[in-house]
Design a protein around this ligand. Structure first.
Ligand SMILES: C[S@@+](CC[C@H](N)C(=O)[O-])C[C@H]1O[C@@H](n2cnc3c(N)ncnc32)[C@H](O)[C@@H]1O
Length: 241
C-alpha cells in the first residue's frame, strides 16, 4: 500500500475510529494483532487465573487481567474492555475493572483502573506491581520523538528493555506480551530476549501502522515465568517479518 491510496486508507482508519467511538486509530493495530495471535483471552476464559473469586491461592486480591502501558488516549484499553468484559476475573460480577491503564498523561477510562506515571520509574513500577500478576501485558508506549532516528529508536528500546526487566513482577506464567518498538537495528536482539522468555516470539507490523512510521510490535506468547530456564529452541520469528 503506497502513495495516495495508502494515505486514503490511513485517513479512513482515523475516521472509522471516530465513528466507532474509539479514542485513537491505534485500536486497529491491536485488533489486527489479536486476530493473528490471540493475545487476549476470550471473555469468560479463566485459564491461567488463580481459582476462586476475589483472591489468589496466596490470598492476594485478584487484579485486572490486562496491563496497558502507554495507554493514552485509550483506544487499546477500550478494545480490551469490550473484548474481555469489564470483569476478567473468574465468576466476576461485571463490576471489577479489566485493565490497569498507565500513562504519563492523566486518564479516565470506563472499565479500567487508571494510573498516571512513568512506568520506567521505580515508584510507578511498584504501584503497578500492587495489581499484578497480569495475564497480558500490552505496551503501545512511544517516546516523544526528536526527529533523530538514532535517538528515537534508542529511547524506544529503553522502554522495551524496562518492560522486559519488570516481567517477572508483572506477568503471570503462561501470559502474553505485545510491545511497540521503533525499528532501528535493535529489534533482532530484543526478539532474542523474548525468545528466551516466551514459548513463541514474533515481530509483527500490522497494516494499520502508517506507511512512513518505523514502528513494529514484539509479540511474546506463553511466558515461562521468572523461575524457568530459557528455552531457546522453542521460539519463532514468524509474523509478517
Ligand atoms: C501512541 S500513544 C498510545 C496510544 C494508545 N495505545 C491508544 O490506543 O490510545 C503512546 C503513549 O505512550 C505514553 N508513554 C511514553 N512513555 C511512557 C512512559 N515511560 N510511561 C508511561 N507512558 C508513556 C505517552 O504518554 C503516550 O500517551
Amino acid at each position: 500500500m503506497g502513495g495516495k491510496q495508502g494515505r486514503r486508507r490511513q485517513d479512513h482508519l482515523a475516521r472509522r475510529a471516530q465513528s466507532e467511538g474509539y479514542h485513537a486509530r491505534s485500536v486497529y493495530k491491536l485488533q489486527a494483532i489479536q486476530r493473528k495471535f490471540r493475545v487476549l483471552p476470550a471473555r469468560g476464559d479463566t485459564t491461567g487465573r488463580a481459582p476462586g473469586r476475589g483472591s489468589d491461592a496466596a490470598g492476594r486480591a485478584l487484579g485486572p487481567g490486562v496491563l496497558d502501558l502507554g495507554a493514552a488516549p485509550g483506544s487499546w484499553t477500550q478494545f480490551v474492555v469490550e473484548h474481555m468484559g469489564r470483569d476478567a476475573s473468574p465468576g466476576g460480577s461485571g463490576s471489577a475493572p479489566a485493565v490497569l491503564a498507565v500513562d504519563l498523561q492523566e486518564l479516565d477510562l470506563p472499565g479500567a483502573i487508571c494510573l498516571q506515571g512513568d512506568f520506567t520509574e521505580p515508584e510507578t513500577a511498584m504501584r503497578i506491581r500492587a495489581h499484578a500478576p497480569f495475564r497480558v501485558v500490552l505496551s503501545d508506549a512511544a517516546p516523544a520523538t526528536t526527529g533523530n532516528r538514532v535517538v528515537d529508536t534508542g529511547r524506544s528500546e529503553v522502554l522495551v528493555e524496562s518492560i522486559l526487566a519488570h516481567l517477572p513482577e508483572w506477568l503471570a506464567p503462561g501470559g502474553n506480551l505485545v510491545c511497540k518498538l521503533f525499528q532501528g537495528g535493535g529489534e533482532q536482539a530484543l526478539l532474542g530476549s523474548l525468545r528466551a522468555r516466551f514459548s513463541a516470539a514474533h515481530l509483527h507490523r500490522p497494516e494499520a501502522v502508517r506507511r512512513e512510521s518505523f514502528e513494529t510490535y514484539l509479540v511474546g506468547l506463553g511466558y515461562h515465568g521468572p523461575g524457568e530456564p530459557a528455552r531457546n529452541g522453542a521460539a519463532s520469528s514468524g509474523g509478517n517479518q
